[in-house]
Design a protein around this ligand. Sequence first.
Ligand SMILES: Nc1ncnc2c1ncn2[C@@H]1O[C@H](COP(=O)(O)OP(=O)(O)OP(=O)(O)O)[C@@H](O)[C@H]1O
Ligand SMILES: [Mg+2]
Length: 367
Amino acid sequence: MAQVSLRNITKIYPSNIQAVKNISIGIENKEFIVLVGPSGCGKSTTLRIIAGLEDATQGEVIIGDRCVNNVPAKDRDIAMVFQNYALYPHMNVYENMAFALKLRHYPKAEIDKRIKEAAEILGISRFLKRRPKELSGGERQRVAVGRAIVRKPQVFLFDEPLSNLDAKMRVQMRTELNRLHLRLQTTMVYVTHDQIEAMTLGSRIAVMKDGLIQQFDEPLKVYDDPTNKFVAGFIGSPPMNFLNGKIIKKDGKLYFDEGELQVKIQERMYGKLKNYLDKKVIFGIRPENIFDKLFASAAAPDNTIRVKCEVIEPMGSENHILLSTDENSLIAIVDAHNKPKLGEYIEMVFDMNKAYFFDNDTEKTIA
Ligand SMILES: Nc1ncnc2c1ncn2[C@@H]1O[C@H](COP(=O)(O)OP(=O)(O)OP(=O)(O)O)[C@@H](O)[C@H]1O
Ligand SMILES: [Mg+2]
């Protein structure tokens, strides 16, 4: 059991590629942290630095209460699960799971006890004699996790462990990993580019971009109060809609003016927006906060827009409709039975209580 701290970690690869830029993050004992971000943002590099597979160019890695910068990977008491599982093909499942313990000269009986326990937890007891090639992707994934569990490490590190699985299996393994964390009560750091995995697994998530942590907080906090346009657009599916326009004043009230459409801003936001009058801003609204006027009880002329229906994507439980103005396009989530005609103009209502504004230059959240 251990807490993990990264203090001002920077990683510069040869040929001056800055993969990680001065990141600091404190992970509590028993916490399940997810590093999430687009490809190339430095997630794996950060994880590999914690594991000791990569040296930081600058900064300190603390595990428990010791700085491990000079401790080799094998002595860090960490177990890592990789995307490609990295199982030994010539060994059966039992031997794969026993391997690391044998290297450390654990007594045979203890190795056997740990493997049986882990196999039981993961539901792989009946595969112990099979080789990896005789298993499905999901089963191999469980073996890779099992090989980590038997070590009883202080910290588990996962690098995109579910990305080779099909969609259904991914959802199932996600639930199993959550359960595993509850059962093992061990610190876990998990890397993914999938924001849904991040939201559902992490007690806190660190959203990364370009080697920097953009925001580190509880999933719902990140969803409700994104720190900037990038985070707002990355967390949530389909992503938040962004419209370019400016703030204007009419009869003492503030409006967001897109050119074609105008919506009234809630008075609670006036304070934060006061320096933006007549200036360009980016307006954000999530697809789940746009409603068809026919079904919206809070419809009013000042939160209703006329937009063209371009595409309807039926999801089964709901429809995603792609709408357009002259300048912008947006996506709304509506009821599965709500099928507007393609090419026609329809009236949609914004829940202005859920509107966001971002600075046009810095893209930081204003309100
Ligand atoms: N060994 C290396 N040598 C040079 N550059 C590297 C090396 N490993 C990674 N990089 C670069 O560092 C940056 C971060 O890479 P990293 O593997 O940490 O990204 P990631 O967030 O894990 O991406 P992905 O989601 O694609 O796995 C990238 O620009 C990558 O090209
Ligand atoms: Mg990676």
